[in-house]
Structure formats: structure tokens, C-alpha cells
Design a protein around this ligand. Structure first.
Ligand code: ADP
Ligand code: MG
Length: 703
């Protein structure tokens, strides 16, 4: 097995002049720098810009980092023991500022003793009317040749421990300088192929590395950053794209015909005409299932865009070809709704639809499993109970997963193993996938999009109100109810404990009853603690229009469909994430009436909370909301990005650099199209680099 050999860069860090065993240990522990190469790839997080100096009288009021040139007119050692410190007066032609150091005093005193001009850098704070900098960086200016300073001095992130062990930022910079003395172009392997370098006009690797540490000027720095980000994202993307390519080697069942079931349903029972988007997606899926390869497709469509009917039509194609199919949903209620809705749609056809959840009784389950195995059941709908090992199909050909973001990649892959060949997989999500995630977490899937809602939907008016407006809000809801509409009132899951949630909901219910007396209004309550029978009957009374109000926890978040409901009141809306708020809002606006979403919050909101409310009021597109959500939450918290390796990026930012990611993805795809196994000599270094990395198995085919 090849490992990428570059003796110099593999040298343990303690052998660098000035490091030694003790400091080497610190660098390993604190910064994970083990080798020369690690130090080379530990980039500065900012630069001191030597071009911007300030006069003492111009230091802005709010405390800030400043760079001043002047002289030290007086210095004195004060205190003893831990509070021993060196205090100095630093003066330029406009004023005086006090400098204080607690560490490195011996060395500083020596430096100050000879006098002369100094450059000071640090955070200036006002203390008792005087400007003061604690622990400034101090540098001697020889003569008055300012040019001797590089315009940009690197600043590396450090730790308290390092600083206290005389491994100051300044000292670290010296070490990096030392490293560069040993280094030449030949030590830094150019792994990007020449055609890519020239096409994208990228700075050569060695030059980029040099400039990221010691930029010659701002233009060089910009180019160096661009080049290194490009490389990082390109390497990331080529891994994901290769994974996707490898996937195309996986055989899948061929659905040769579109048969009787599909045609009969389409002609006689389809409740509406399909939208262009729905037709397009259906064609894409149809194509996938004819290739002989396993389909692995993500169907993305905003809440209410009509994904279910697409799923049903795909199921019929599978049945027409003699296969069974299953549909898995993340919650019991959603799974049950699918079961009811789909059974209803298919009731005139000779198709057996069954339902399985964790709550299915043992006896019933035994029978169901038997019928599944002997092929009597054609469509199985349920919760994640479907992936249990005991669930064995006679001939599963297509698995559909609704609301993907609730299921992990692992759960998805369990469905693969339920037949000799892996069944086709269709994953449906209402959470629009931000561009970034489409290229990372979901980068190995093919994506279909339903971009437009079915005709006749009206935009929903979203309003933010706080607790003091509660009575007015209730008056408004009463007005809507009296017009014959219905309303949802949703409470957040506050605690992990079901009991507390229930109490919270119960309290809410009592409060709602005070506004809507029971002799005039019927209120249904739905929550996770009810038996499915109770929940179902309560839900049904709302669906059928018998109940005016549905009081619920987020169990209704996905899937429920009551076109007559025109108000969605979200209690403690600040406790919800953006995507969840958007999902909830999607429960209304399904009929012909003007609908409203009211976000009720407490008076005091965090900045983040305010921004979420504002986003909901101003944005209606699920896509924009998902982008904002990602921005507010940060990539670290997003499911799946970690596994995709995106969280390991050192210099690129998967959210801010999304455009560059797109560029590198296209470059990666193009390269793989021309030279999938990286046989060309121009791709040799890239291949060797990829093989030396962790993700070897992705590349096993090329070694
Ligand atoms: P989602 O994509 O959120 O799962 P659904 O499949 O539940 O959306 O569809 C939302 C509503 O839109 C349902 O009432 C469904 O019957 C209706 N619908 C779906 N497709 C169409 C269409 N082409 N024309 C009219 N109504 C449609
Ligand atoms: Mg749905």
C-alpha cells in the first residue's frame, strides 16, 4: 500500500530547531501538531495588518485592537509573586498609554533597556481615564526602516497553556519561519492536476502555503486563501462524487412494465391532474427503475407540494412488476395517516395495504409477518418498525421513506438488505435541502424537486404577537371559527419528559377552554401519550370538521391535511426551530381561504429568536427558510454533515463558500467523467493523495 512519502514533512515536530521534547509535547497536546507537515497546514486565523497604525489620541472609545509606534519612556516592576508585573509608559507624539505584562518580564526588560522605537499591538482599554494595554505584543523597530516588517504578520490561534509555557504567538511565528527555511517547492506536492490549476488560474501549492503564512500583499493572500479553499473543497467533492459513481455499480431490479394497476388507477381514481413537476419527477423515477441499477433518489418538495401521490404511483409501478413495496414514516400519526389515505385511494383496486408500528399487537403482527412473507400483503406502511430484522418480505422492490431528516443514513441502509438485490430507494423530504447540504450530506443521492405547489394555494399571512396580546389573538381566532373555519393551537415539546409536556399541554387546553366555552366550541386534543385509538378519533373529529379547534403538540407537525383550517397558532413559538415553524405553518393554506399563522411568544426574545420570527414573517419559501435555518444553527448541528467530512474542513466554510463548493463539485464531476479511475499521469499525485487518506475504500477500485 502506498503512503504519501515526504520525509521532511513527516519529521516529528520536536526536531524543528527551537522546539525540542518539551515544547514538542505542548504542540502535540494543545494544537495537534505532530509533524512539520502539521505545522505547515496549521493556518493563521488572522493577520496583523502592518499598514494600519494609529495615533494614541485617535484610539476609538470602544476597546479595540490597535497598532501604535512610539517609545517607552518609563518602566517599573511592581508587586511580588503572582501579581508581579512590568508596567511601562508608552508615548507617541499625541499621547501616552500604559502597558502591562505579567509574563516574559525578564526578556521584556532586556528588550526595553536599550530604548529606541517600538511597535505595540494589543487591545486597548480605558481604565480610570487612562488607556492601557495588557500583554501587548512588543517589537523593536531597528532604525526607522518600517519596510522591514512584512505587511501582514500571521496570528495563530493559541491556548492559555501554550502562552504560559513561553510558547507565545510571537515565538510560534518564529518557529514557522524556521520551518520555511528548511522548505522548498519540492517538499510540497502539488496534488491538483495541471489542467485544473490553469483553468481556474490557481496559485501553485507551494506559493499558496507560503502566502497563507507570510503573505506578500493582500492580493497574494486572497489568492492563497482561494487556492487552499479550492483544494480542500475539491478533495471533499471528489470523494463524494466518486461514492456516487461507485453506487452506479450496484445492481437493482428492473421494472419493465407500467401495467394494469397503474393505468387503472391513473384513469379512474386519480383525484386531480398531476402538476408538471409531479409528472417530471415520475419520469425521473421511471427512468431510474429501468436501468438495472439501484435507484437512490431524494424527492424534495415543500410542505403540501404533493409528494404522496407521486409515492403512490411509484408503488403501483412496483406492484405491476410483481414486487412488494413499503413506506416508512417517522411518527405513528404520520404513518397512520398515510395508511388511511393510501388505503382509501386504492380501495377499488385488488391491493392489500397493511400497517405496522411498535404498537401493533403481537398476535396481529405475527399474522402480518406471515402474509408479508407469502406475498399476500402488497404495500406495508408504518414507522421505523419496518426496518426490524423480523420484517421479511417475499419480494420487496421499492422502499419509500417519508421525511428523511428524521431518519439516519444507517436506518436508510437497513432497508437495502431486505431482498436479494437492494430495493429501489425513494426518500421524500419536505425540508428543502440547502445547496450546501445537497452537495454534502446528500451528495451521493440523485435529487428530484417538486418546485411548485399544486394550483390554487393562497399565501399565508404570518403574524408575530407576544403574550400581552393573547386575548386579542383569541378574539381573532373566534372570528375565524364563526366564519366556519377551524384552527390549530400547537404547543412545543418543552422537556424531554412526556409527563411535563402533557402537563403543559393540559394547562394550555384549560386556558383555551376559558376563551372558547365548551357549549359553543368543540376542542379536540391530540398528543403523544394517547392511545392510537383515542388519538385517531380526536384527530378524525377535527378532520371531519366536528371539532373547531385542535390543541396539539408537534405530533401534527408533518402530514396532517385539513383544508378547512385557516389559523395556525403556535404557542411559545420562540422554542421552535425555523424548519419546524415552517412545517407547522404548512398545515394551513390548503383550502381556498386566506389563512393565518400566528407566532405567539414571550415579551423577551433572544437575538436569535427575534431573527427566527422575522424570517418567518418575511419568507414564505421553504428553501429560503432552510438556508436561514442553516445559517442560524451553524453546520455543526446539521444532521449528516459530520459524517460527510464537511465538518473537518480547515479553511473552507461549507455555508459561506457554497458557491466555490459548487465550482469544485463541477470540476470534480468533469474530472471523473474523463478519468474515473485516475489513470492519467496528470492525475497521478491526486490519486496517490486520495489513496493515502482515510476514505480508502471509496477509491479501492483504482489501486
Ligand atoms: P406533501 O408533499 O407535503 O406530502 P401531500 O402529498 O400531502 O403533500 O399533498 C398536499 C395536498 O395537495 C393533498 O391534499 C393532496 O391531495 C393535494 N394535491 C397533491 N397533488 C395535487 C395536484 N396535482 N393537484 C391538486 N391537489 C394536489
Ligand atoms: Mg407528506
Amino acid at each position: 500500500m502506498f503512503t504519501h512519502k515526504n520525509e521532511l514533512l513527516l519529521t516529528p515536530i520536536e526536531y524543528l530547531k527551537g522546539v525540542g521534547p518539551l515544547k514538542g509535547d505542548m504542540l502535540r497536546k494543545e494544537l495537534s501538531i505532530y509533524t512539520f507537515g502539521d505545522m505547515l497546514h496549521f493556518y493563521p486565523f488572522r493577520y496583523m495588518d502592518r499598514s494600519s497604525f494609529i495615533k494614541i489620541k485617535n484610539i476609538p472609545e470602544e476597546s479595540t485592537f490597535v497598532q501604535i509606534i512610539g517609545r517607552i519612556t518609563y518602566s517599573e516592576l511592581i508587586g511580588t509573586g503572582r501579581s508581579k508585573r512590568l508596567v511601562a509608559n508608552f508615548k507617541d507624539e499625541t499621547g501616552t498609554i500604559e502597558l502591562v505584562w505579567f509574563q516574559g518580564i525578564y526578556w521584556l526588560e532586556k528588550m526595553i533597556a536599550n530604548g529606541g522605537d517600538f511597535l505595540v499591538y494589543g487591545k486597548a482599554t480605558r481604565f480610570n481615564g487612562y488607556w492601557n494595554i495588557t500583554h501587548p505584543e512588543l517589537e523593536k523597530i531597528e532604525g526607522n526602516a518600517m519596510e522591514q516588517f512584512p505587511l501582514y504578520q500571521p496570528v495563530y490561534s493559541s491556548t492559555e497553556k501554550l502562552r504560559s509555557k513561553s510558547l507565545s504567538g510571537k515565538f510560534y511565528v518564529k518557529l514557522v519561519q524556521q520551518l520555511f527555511l528548511l522548505l522548498s517547492e519540492k517538499n510540497v506536492v502539488e496534488i491538483l492536476p495541471l489542467p485544473i490549476l490553469s483553468h481556474f488560474q490557481l496559485m501553485p501549492k507551494y506559493m499558496a502555503i507560503k502566502n497563507i503564512h507570510f503573505p506578500e500583499n493582500s492580493q497574494q493572500l486572497t489568492q492563497a486563501i482561494y487556492r487552499l479553499k479550492f483544494e480542500e473543497l475539491f478533495i471533499h467533492q471528489i470523494g463524494i462524487c466518486k461514492l456516487k459513481l461507485n453506487h452506479q455499480f450496484i445492481k437493482g431490479y428492473v421494472f419493465t412494465t407500467v401495467g394494469d394497476l397503474f393505468h387503472t388507477f391513473f384513469k379512474q381514481f386519480l383525484p386531480f391532474e398531476l402538476t408538471e413537476d409531479q409528472k417530471k419527477v415520475l419520469r425521473e423515477i421511471r427512468n431510474d427503475t429501468q436501468t438495472g441499477k439501484q435507484m437512490n433518489r431524494l424527492l424534495q418538495g415543500d410542505v403540501g407540494s404533493g409528494k404522496t401521490i407521486v409515492a403512490v404511483l411509484c408503488m403501483l409501478i412496483a406492484l405491476d412488476n410483481g414486487f412488494q413495496t413499503c413506506l416508512m414514516a417517522p411518527t405513528e400519526i404520520l404513518a397512520w395517516q398515510h395508511f388511511e389515505g393510501i388505503s382509501q385511494l386504492l380501495k377499488e383496486l385488488p391491493i392489500q395495504v397493511a400497517y405496522l408500528s411498535g404498537k401493533t399487537k403481537a398476535k396481529q403482527k405475527r399474522l402480518l409477518l406471515e402474509q408479508l412473507l407469502n406475498g399476500e400483503i402488497h404495500i406495508l406502511i408504518g414507522t421505523h418498525s419496518l426496518i426490524e430484522d423480523s420484517v421479511i418480505f417475499q419480494n420487496l422492490g421499492l422502499s419509500i421513506i417519508d421525511e428523511q431528516h428524521r431518519f439516519g443514513v444507517e436506518q436508510r441502509s437497513k432497508l437495502w438488505k431486505k431482498n436479494t438485490l437492494p430495493p429501489h430507494i425513494l426518500v421524500m423530504t419536505a425540508t428543502p435541502i440547502p445547496r450546501t447540504l445537497a452537495m454534502t450530506s446528500y451528495g451521493d443521492l440523485d435529487v428530484s424537486v417538486i418546485a411548485h405547489l399544486p394550483p390554487g394555494r393562497k399565501p399565508i399571512t404570518t403574524i408575530h404577537r407576544s403574550e400581552i396580546h393573547r386575548a386579542k389573538v383569541m378574539d381573532f381566532i373566534r372570528h375565524e371559527l364563526d366564519l366556519g373555519r377551524q384552527a390549530y393551537i400547537v404547543y412545543p415539546l418543552i422537556e424531554e419528559s412526556e409527563k411535563l409536556d402533557f402537563e403543559n399541554l393540559q394547562a394550555g387546553y384549560e386556558q383555551v377552554k376559558q376563551f372558547f366555552p365548551s357549549h359553543l366550541y368543540h376542542i379536540a386534543m391530540v398528543h403523544g401519550k394517547q392511545t392510537s385509538a383515542d388519538r385517531e378519533s380526536n384527530m378524525n373529529s377535527f378532520v371531519k370538521g366536528n371539532a373547531h379547534i385542535m390543541v396539539a403538540t408537534t405530533v401534527i407537525e408533518v402530514g396532517v391535511n385539513v383544508p378547512n383550517a385557516s389559523v395556525m397558532l403556535i404557542e411559545s413559538a420562540e422554542r421552535f426551530g425555523l424548519s419546524q415553524l415552517h412545517q407547522l405553518r404548512g398545515r394551513v393554506g390548503r383550502g381556498a381561504d386566506q389563512s393565518y399563522c400566528i407566532l405567539l411568544t414571550s415579551e423577551q426574545l433572544t437575538l436569535n429568536g427575534k431573527e427566527r420570527m422575522h424570517t418567518m414573517i418575511t419568507e414564505s419559501s421553504g428553501f429560503a427558510i432552510a438556508e436561514k435555518d442553516l445559517e442560524l444553527r451553524g453546520p455543526g448541528e446539521i444532521d449528516g454533515t459530520r459524517q460527510s467530512g464537511a465538518a473537518d474542513l480547515k479553511i473552507a466554510d461549507i455555508i459561506k463558500d457554497v458557491a466555490l463548493m459548487e465550482t469544485t463539485r463541477n470540476a470534480a464531476i468533469q474530472l471523473l467523467q474523463q478519468d474515473e479511475n485516475l489513470f492519467k499521469s496528470e492525475n497521478e499525485n491526486l490519486k496517490l493523495f486520495l489513496l493515502s487518506r482515510k476514505d480508502k475504500e471509496v477509491w479501492s477500485r483504482i489501486s
